[in-house]
Design a protein around this ligand. Structure first.
Ligand code: PAF
Length: 275
């Protein structure tokens, strides 16, 4: 595995990779969720590129940019063992220049739910993902369904800008107790972790209601809220939308995503269920 830290060395190695490229962009602190993306990229392509870059432009003022977990050495080993060919770990000045040309999130889909709670987050996320897709010139790029809105916006960016990379959505990976894997889980104390399980529990309950024939979003949301509110510090939203992120009054199986965002202590968590 080659580790590149600047554009020139990255491009030199990238240019030498013949065959198909699978790409997994990450912000590091790699866990089983990232590994499942890397494994899938490994299975479906001749070469795998991973990037680790804690992208400052997708963090809002006062968010956890400074304390976001950084585990360079452990991440490097994980990538090596997983059969990654090229690991890109750039510094910020290798990615950004001052007074950049910027792309922006769409005015509706980019400013609801996560976009409403974290205005500007998706602009920065899309900016860096476009750069990384252009740099890697990947045939396929792998993203987890846990960041469902991020995934939808990346798919839209690729469509709207006629980019050639195929975006591959990958299933959410959970711990045995149901907690969706996230680098931010590292912030949780034991007690907070127990309370954080209410997110997956609420989604599971929604799934059961739907299996039992319930379709009314209002009923499902109210049951979920009942599970979440006693446990979380602050419930930000429970939303039931279609794959285009338009709100649904009734669940349509095969076309629905149920999303939840909540604070547990000082940690903001998201989770979702594709129905
Ligand atoms: O999901 C993430 O880890 C980040 O948003 C991404 C896609 C690597 C862009 O910084």
């Amino acid at each position: 595995m080659v580790v590149a830290r600047d554009y020139k060395s990255f491009t030199e190695v990238r240019d030498g990779l013949k065959g198909t490229i699978g790409f997994v962009p990450t912000m590091g602190a790699l866990h089983e969720g990232h590994l499942s993306l890397i494994r899938r990229a490994r299975e479906e392509n001749d070469h795998v590129i991973v990037s680790i870059f804690v992208n400052p432009t997708q963090f809002l003022e006062g968010e956890d940019l400074d304390k976001y977990p950084r585990r360079e050495e452990a991440d490097r080993k994980i990538c090596e063992l997983a059969g990654v060919d090229l690991l890109y770990m750039p510094t910020t000045d290798q990615i950004y220049e001052e007074d950049e040309l910027c792309i922006g999130a769409p005015k509706i889909r980019g400013y609801i739910l996560e976009g409403a709670k974290r205005p500007g987050h998706f602009d920065g996320m899309l900016q860096v993902v476009m750069k990384l897709l252009n740099l890697s010139r990947a045939d396929r790029a792998y993203f987890g369904k846990k960041d469902a809105q991020q995934l939808a916006l990346i798919e839209q960016m690729v469509r709207n800008y006629f980019m050639k990379t195929e975006i591959v959505p990958c299933e959410i990976v959970r711990d045995a107790d149901g907690l969706a894997l996230s680098s931010r889980n590292l912030y949780l104390s034991d007690e907070e972790r127990r309370r954080a399980l209410s997110l997956s529990r609420a989604l599971k309950k929604a799934g059961k209601l739907i299996q039992g024939g319930e379709r009314k979003s209002e009923v499902i949301r109210s049951v979920m809220t009942g599970v979440l509110e006693p446990e979380v510090t602050k419930l930000e939203y429970v939303a039931i939308v279609n794959r285009k992120f338009q709100p649904l009054e009734e669940v349509v199986p095969g076309e629905t995503i149920i999303l939840v965002a909540a604070w547990v202590g000082k940690t903001r968590l998201i989770d979702n269920l594709w129905v």
